[in-house]
Design a binder for this molecule. Structure first.
Ligand code: GLU
Length: 601
């Protein structure tokens, strides 16, 4: 998924600037990182060589003192990786170099035809040092440059045109004072300062230097040197850039008194829900009108956001008597034939950069001319810019990889839209405010003791099963994801009715089963399901407003109608966090193998 950052300009501490930029992009991947810097003498005389440094693991707080990167340089590019091809090794970290170490490339995406390109390059005598798909790019450029008529830019253009898949590359070439970038999928933003240019995977890291930004469109290439030059691909014809002036404020969240962002962000859930209750009605009205007018509504989302979308299908049906369709982002292309000009597509995404959501949304917009109304957290993100209308969640920067407050915000948003559609916006607002108060109470020590008692019981479990019915099935799904990603425990969610269709076979003496039992039409049946698994030896943890003799342990919520989903979800988040601590996981904010924003397919 990776974060890319590059700098060329008047400043002489390019390595430091790029390192600082990468720190802001770490949410995109953190298994390894690397920087290539142009070697220059103090007077900026170009020595025509590059120094590259690569490390495994997360970026340290500061560029290490021991770094071999030149402290004085006006050009550097860097990368923080989320491996797709080849393990997490120094060799596989970016930047990747050509045979002469003159060309350095950082890359985001997957080069689908890399094997055939690599085979051909090996035949031509190129030597490879990594298992990545990326490494073909510097060698391809090197090969193109053997044609003496081709300069750096033409060689990058011709090499990029040979790549299949959705990719973004940023290239430095030792003898040149330019950085060249090209993309056809992953995001790249160019920052235009005074006598300096930046390039990054998002605009947040650039915004502290300049507010003038060019969001690079797909199939475009940009040359950053003394000036900016924008070219269209595949031919390389020059086009004029459309520069946006950023009016957005990018915050950089701090942990404050909390040991981790994960728990800090759970503590922000009441504020985030209240904000949507008090200020979300105008957006909810816009969305309600669009849903009324649409010939079919599709929700598309991935991960936690997909569970929020499943929750929305229950809420729209139950409260607003509206049918909406749902698809996981990556599956949408297999059912998109239903999408027509008057279809409404509602993508839901925290980052607004999820490739599995952006790709089908773009297609629905450009090919089917569907209307796009996004529910996103990040202002100015790709989805935000792609949409006709946005419901901005305003939950603030979410730094922990496991989603918490952004998920609650998504549920609050779809909840308010459903109530608004039903003409009951005020009632919806009231219920959300009550849910926020209930969560506030749960964050007190007395309640956290209940949570940690349960996590002590669960910490050695290999499998945990979680059931709910109706809207509570959404809470069950979200809970399983938190247990998997935060505590590395295998957890599975089922609608209670599915129990006898298979998974009851897995219940043994002591198998933990979490049961979401709100005070609604699902209560009787879900309690019966709890009885059935208990009869096979399961250890039952009930969550809801009413205790029941079948529960071996119980985590209470208030009874807030459909809004009970929000305290249920807060409990799921707290269980995820405290289980990760109970299991001795070092950094719950950055679980292994994950990245906050999934920008490769
Ligand atoms: N496919 C490349 C790799 O595995 C880039 C992955 C990324 O986008 O971080 O190195």
């Amino acid at each position: 998924m990776c974060g890319i950052f590059g700098y060329v300009g008047k400043r002489t501490d390019a390595a430091e600037i790029v390192f600082g930029g990468l720190k802001t992009l770490e949410y995109r991947g953190y298994d390894s990182w690397g920087i290539a810097v142009k070697n220059q003498e103090a007077g900026s005389k170009n020595l025509g060589t590059l120094t590259a440094e690569k490390e495994i693991g997360k970026l340290p707080d500061k560029l290490p003192q021991s770094s071999s990167l030149p402290a004085h340089s006006t050009l550097a590019i860097g990368h923080t990786r989320w491996a797709t091809h080849g393990g997490v090794t120094v060799e596989n970290a970016h930047p990747h170099l050509d045979c002469h170490k003159h060309i350095a490339v950082v890359h985001n995406g997957i080069i689908e035809n890399f094997l055939e390109l690599k085979e051909e390059l090996i035949k031509q005598g190129h030597k490879f040092h990594s298992e990545t798909d990326t490494e073909v790019v510097p060698h391809l450029i090197e090969e193109e440059m053997k044609d003496s008529k081709k300069g750096f830019a033409t060689a990058v253009r011709d090499a990029f045109n040979k790549l299949k898949g959705m990719n973004a590359i940023v290239v430095a070439y030792a003898p040149s004072r330019e950085i060249i970038a090209a993309k056809n999928g992953s995001p790249l933003a160019v920052g235009i300062g005074e006598n300096e240019l930046f390039i990054a995977s998002d605009a947040a890291g650039i915004s502290k230097y300049t507010k003038h930004v060019l969001f690079l469109a797909d199939n475009h290439m940009v040359i950053l040197g003394d000036h900016l030059k924008l070219l269209k691909l595949p031919d390389g014809k020059e086009v004029s850039p459309e520069i946006t002036k950023l009016t957005w404020h990018f915050e950089n969240a701090e942990k404050g008194k909390y040991p981790h962002f994960f728990i800090k962000e759970i503590h922000e859930e009441p504020r985030v829900i209240k904000n949507i209750a008090l200020n979300g009605v105008p957006n909810a009205k816009k969305f309600a009108n669009l849903i009324e007018e649409a010939f079919g509504t599709f929700l598309i989302a991935c991960g936690s956001a997909a569970y929020a979308a499943i929750g929305a299908t229950y809420l729209f049906s139950k409260i607003a008597k509206k049918h909406v369709n749902f698809s996981v982002g990556s599956e949408f292309k297999y059912i998109e034939d239903f999408v027509k000009t008057k279809t409404l597509v509602i993508p839901i995404s925290q980052s607004g950069e999820s490739i599995d959501v952006i790709e089908p949304t773009t297609k629905a917009k450009l090919e089917k001319k569907a209307k796009i109304a996004s529910i996103v957290n990040v202002l100015g993100s790709t989805l935000y810019r792609l949409s006709d209308v946005n419901f901005l969640l305003e939950s603030g920067q979410e730094k922990a990889v496991p989603a918490t407050k952004s998920f609650s915000a998504m549920i609050a948003a779809v909840f308010l839209i459903a109530y608004t559609l039903a003409g009951r916006a005020k009632e919806g607002q009231q219920l959300l405010l009550q849910a926020a108060d209930n969560i506030q109470d749960m964050l007190k020590d007395a309640y956290i003791k209940n949570i940690t008692r349960v996590t002590q019981r669960l910490k050695t479990s290999e499998h945990i099963y979680i059931i709910g019915r109706g809207l509570s099935y959404t809470a069950a799904l979200e809970a399983t994801l938190k247990l998997k990603e935060a505590a590395y425990i295998h957890a599975e969610a089922f609608p209670g009715g599915e129990l006898k269709h298979g998974f009851i076979a897995l219940i043994e003496k002591g198998t933990p089963c979490i049961v979401f039992a709100p005070n609604d039409e699902t209560y009787e049946e879900i309690v019966s399901n709890a009885q059935e698994v208990k009869a096979r030896g399961a250890y039952i943890i009930g969550i809801g407003p009413k205790n029941n003799e079948v529960f071996d342990d119980f985590l209470p919520t208030e009874d807030i109608g459909e809004a009970t989903i929000l305290p249920q979800v807060a409990i799921a988040h707290l269980l995820g966090y405290y289980l990760s601590l109970a299991r001795g996981i070092k950094d719950p904010d950055k679980p292994r193998n994950l990245a906050k924003s999934v920008t490769v397919k």
